[in-house]
Write a protein that binds this ligand. Sequence first.
Ligand SMILES: NC(=O)c1ccc[n+]([C@@H]2O[C@H](COP(=O)([O-])OP(=O)(O)OC[C@H]3O[C@@H](n4cnc5c(N)ncnc54)[C@H](OP(=O)(O)O)[C@@H]3O)[C@@H](O)[C@H]2O)c1
Length: 306
Amino acid sequence: MRAVSYDSYAEDNSRLTVGEVNDPKLGPSQVLIEVRAAAVNPVDWKIMRGGLDGMMMTVFPVIPGWDVAGVVHALGPDVPEFSVGDEVMAYARKDVVHAGTFAELVAVSAVAVARKPAALDWPQAGGLPLAGLTALRTLDRLGVVSSDTVLIHGAAGGVGSMAVQIAHGRGARVLGTASAGNHARLRELGAEPIAYGEGLADRVLELAPGGVTAVADFVGGQLQSTLAVLAAAGRHASVADPAVEDHRGAWIWVRPDGAKLAELADLCDRAALTVDLAGTFGLEDVGTAFDLSKAAHTRGKLVIVP
Ligand SMILES: NC(=O)c1ccc[n+]([C@@H]2O[C@H](COP(=O)([O-])OP(=O)(O)OC[C@H]3O[C@@H](n4cnc5c(N)ncnc54)[C@H](OP(=O)(O)O)[C@@H]3O)[C@@H](O)[C@H]2O)c1
């Protein structure tokens, strides 16, 4: 099969190549998926820089990519819940960084797989799993319900834009930070937009004078403003700043979960959740997509279509 790979850590894209590699082996409880779409996430280039080396085992060469949507090509002997030809998606992170999704085929544990929602096209479905599961897990850990006023740092990003929609769908009041160019889209998704940067806490307290009951940080480095706007007994969580744990916040590291992914698919099919796309790229253009992701100002998902 054709795949993108790199054979050592690198700060830039110089070790990325595209070429023929062996097809993946299919384990007994795995699903072999023909990849139709696979989103780029910031974690992909952070891993390539060696940023997760202290945490996760890496075996070179690495095929990057943790998101996938595609068609079931073959099944291990213990996977009765899927059939060849099913349209599926998965957050395909494994415990060892090695055989990712920027390829024509990927083998994924069946427990991580869910059916593709009919409401999404292939690139949208390839952009849903990691970001959607992160948004859902964060809001679940915070226990966000209709009586909450939630501040979302990074509301226009891949994770943030899904969190806005899910929290809004639960009936919560949602305040979301983004630059001015993204404010109109945030309103459409269900949030009251706020500019980030200097003076953020004052702007939040102007809109919610008693403070907010929950804060979800999808940017990092937001602890000071988070603590300044939290109401008494407010809850907060971050996916990008472990320091929240020193201030009674939850540090979230999302895990693959096919059942939760099916919940997200259901929200999509009920028109309560959609996935914005920033662009699609071939396998040869993974480096271009990495550079756009590093710049951190894309609205919507960058998706590889092999
Ligand atoms: N721990 C986990 O399990 C986990 C899972 C997923 C993601 N993450 C992390 O979460 C972060 C976000 O991921 P993502 O996929 O959502 O990234 P993304 O889509 O690349 O985020 C881009 C967005 O960030 C916004 N942004 C940049 N600086 C900002 C700031 N200071 N305040 C508010 N918004 C800002 C940009 O909005 P503007 O263009 O309007 O500036 C843009 O919409 C990354 O650090 C990622 O590694 C962690």
